[in-house]
Design a protein around this ligand. Structure first.
Ligand code: AMP
Ligand code: GLY
Length: 421
């Protein structure tokens, strides 16, 4: 099969790595891809942006693409799956209607409350005065969320009600997140560890992938600013079989049933961002796609053919698909540019990838590119180094041997990924 993968980050390099190993794959195209996807056998980068839906449909037709896989949320929410279906093309991912689970937090909150899916209590406002009146009646500062897509930055956790008021003002009146902030959620603040549960879905059935934890803060000990993710590991020891059964029964199955009943069945990867509270697992957010950097840890653990599993999702026969997770653990350490997540330098030469690979690691490229024949930094999160092991501790030790082999000026990584488990 000719396969097109949409996206160009570390997540997409990991997906491309798995797709290129599938017996189904004749040729893989990645739009726009990166220096890592370009290096894979049978893979070619295509110079098309993820939001260029016309260009992507046109390319898929011309290159006789048999299956398209979508990495990021923006094209899904913009309707790339509907566009491909209208053109008679096969694509893995949710329709725009189903992708609202991520694209509109107002939609997903109302959906969860309607279907008794455990989540934080919240109220939804597009009127500033009404939001302030509600805020005055609360005992504690709520979490403030812009309803629309805000590149992972739309959630604010103020410590005081004054801070919450300021955030609401900036979003609703100050246009801080543009149209994504025309509606805000004021949400009860929950406590507990977080778990990322990703499941393949065929509209009816869900198949849980190895449950993961990511590390969002920049500095060791979960200090410093939030980032796109500084590392991940799977499976999480928090996810006991009993807990996963509860998550499947109280969250995943009702989500699929609710979406199907609404005439918008969910096909693709459903990512439930959960908080494990004293009252049980609750949904903080849904994502309509694979996580980054969770994917760089999860995908290498899968035994079986990921392309075949995606086809099973599209054809509604996931219950018969064979995709196993094995017994191993995976740890992913993200190597970032100095200054990330604020301003960072690019164009700095990267060395040591072969050495990291010689340590048995997989090195996934994110913000990296080839310039004048040299590999240089091109983003804030530059590489993700993944190692597998029989235990999390073994995987962790090996991932850090790999990370230490990577050298570029100011290369930064956390030292405590998967350490506190
Ligand atoms: P989200 O983009 O909704 O996952 O939110 C980003 C991060 O904000 C989450 O990973 C949590 O750490 C935190 N967060 C979101 N909602 C809540 C909540 N209701 N209570 C406590 N923390 C939250
Ligand atoms: N790791 C968080 C996300 O992918 O949204």
């Amino acid at each position: 099969m000719n396969i097109l993968l949409i996206g160009g980050g570390g997540r997409e390099h990991a997906l491309a790595w798995a797709i290129s190993r599938s017996p189904h794959t004749t040729r893989l195209y990645v739009a726009p891809g990166n220096s890592g996807t370009e290096r894979l056998p049978t893979s070619t980068n295509v110079d098309l942006a993820v939001h260029d839906l016309d260009g992507l449909v046109d390319f898929a037709r011309r290159a006789a693409i048999d299956l398209t896989v979508v990495g990021p949320e923006a094209p899904l929410v913009a309707g790339v799956v509907d566009r491909f279906h209208a053109a008679g093309l096969r694509i893995f991912g949710p329709s725009a209607a189903a992708a609202q689970l991520e694209g509109s937090k107002a939609f997903s909150k109302a959906f969860m409350l309607r279907h008794d899916i455990p989540t934080a209590q919240a109220a939804i406002f597009d009127d500033f005065d009404a939001a302030m009146r509600y805020l005055r009646g609360l005992d504690d500062a709520p979490v403030i969320k812009a309803s629309g897509l805000a590149a992972g930055k739309g959630v604010i956790l103020p410590d005081t009600k004054e801070g919450a008021a300021a955030a609401i003002q900036e979003i609703l009146l100050g246009g801080r997140f543009g149209a994504a902030g025309n509606t805000v959620l004021l949400e009860e603040r929950l406590q507990g560890p977080e778990l990322s549960v990703l499941a393949l879905c065929d509209g009816t059935h869900a198949r849980i992938l190895p449950p993961a934890q990511d590390h969002k803060r920049l500095l060791d000990g979960d200090r410093g600013p939030n980032t796109g993710g500084m590392g991940a590991f799977a499976p999480s020891p928090l996810a006991t079989p009993a807990l996963l059964a509860e998550i499947e029964a109280t969250i995943l199955r009702p989500t699929l049933a609710g979406m199907a009943a609404a005439g918008t069945p969910y096909v693709g990867v459903l990512y439930a961002g959960l908080m494990l509270t004293a009252q049980g697992p609750k949904v903080l957010e849904y994502n309509c796609r694979f996580g980054d950097p969770e994917t760089q840890a999860i995908v290498p653990l899968l035994q079986g053919d990921l392309v075949e599993a995606m086809l099973a999702c599209i054809e509604g026969r996931l219950d018969k698909a064979t995709l196993h997770s094995g017994d191993q653990a995976a740890v992913t350490v993200v190597i970032a540019a100095p200054g990330y997540p604020d301003d960072y330098e690019t164009g700095v030469e990267i060395r040591g990838i072969e050495e990291a690979e010689a340590h048995g690691c997989l090195v996934f490229h994110a913000g990296a590119k080839i310039k004048d024949g040299r590999l240089v930094t091109a983003g804030g999160r530059v590489l993700a180094v993944t190692a597998l092991g029989d235990t999390l501790a073994a995987a962790r030790a090996q991932a850090y041997r790999g990370a230490a082999a990577i050298r570029f000026n100011g290369a930064y990584y956390r030292r405590d990924i998967a350490a506190a488990v």
